[in-house]
Ligand binder design. Sequence first.
Ligand code: ATP
Ligand code: MN
Length: 336
Amino acid sequence: MVELKLYGTGTSGYQFLKKSLVDYLVFNQLEYRIEEINDVARFISDNINSVPSVAINGDQPIELSKEGDFKMGIIKLYHRIAALYGKDQMRKILVPTDFSSSASTALHFAKIFCRQKYYSLDLLHVHHPDYIEVAKHPYDEDHSLEAKTELLEKTAKAAEVDFVGDLLGSTPIQAVIKEGLAGDVIIDASHKYEYIIMGSHGASNLFESLLGSVSHRVASESQCPVILVPPGVEFYKLSEICILGKGKESDITAEVMKAFPNIKVSHYETNGLAVAVGGYDTHPMDEIDISIEKEDTYFITSMDCYKHARAIGDYTSLEPVYHKIQAKGRPLIVWP
Ligand code: ATP
Ligand code: MN
């Protein structure tokens, strides 16, 4: 049970604070009790110098005016609650980063995706002592674990301070560094997250391939959905989801609809043979082109379809469709 004392009068700042905290607690399924204190005599007796202020579980109250930015004050409260009530219980999104520009695009996308929700975000770098991506990071740079830890913490802090959108969507970001092989570590951690949001490419920058090797492995083996963010991604309000290549064994429609309530879900089914043999007035590729032009449509494919398409890799498969989507700067979501 989270016991909150909210000190303040009914100003808009106070209402924002209350709504943010309640939404955060509800989203993370934490039980709570709120006492609202608007009596000046109580402010004095409880040693409150400015309002709004919040006391969590009888701790020393946090005065938002002393936290500098009001939004940062709220994020600090989220962190505080998460620390008290098991970080692992929070609904979280994982953003793995290799410090490339693709990964930072993914982080920015993740913050927009989190907006209006109350996810916490873990920013993860996987360090391997023998592995340096020279293409991006020259040998003379400091690749020690210490240097990367410092850089990761700086990146997380900067992303937390650099707000996108409104107050209610403020996202707490935690820097996490682990040692090992990026693919292994990300896959092992995937069950703890609701989504992984990562760059389609990374430091190697080989854009002729659909995905980098780490993204490909994660998209093939993750236990949670993976949002693959291409370079040049643009942010549109999500109003329709197109499921690509629904298969008999892998009908993800029900799950997708549950995860995105109130969003229209359509299907695009490939019929390998039809494409190969022809005989249809509309080529399936034309159909998908129309959907790709709709800026508010996101594309989701099941992990089975994804793996199949990547293994076959010819024009009867979905692979060219995935390419088109990513080339248009649209995220591709792979659903386990
Ligand atoms: P490759 O490494 O296969 O030559 P690449 O560097 O272009 O190609 P990936 O390494 O797959 O592509 O990078 C894709 C995404 O994977 C990155 O944007 C980042 O989100 C994540 N990633 C890659 N390496 C790491 C790492 N060491 N730690 C955390 N995340 C990583
Ligand atoms: Mn890489």
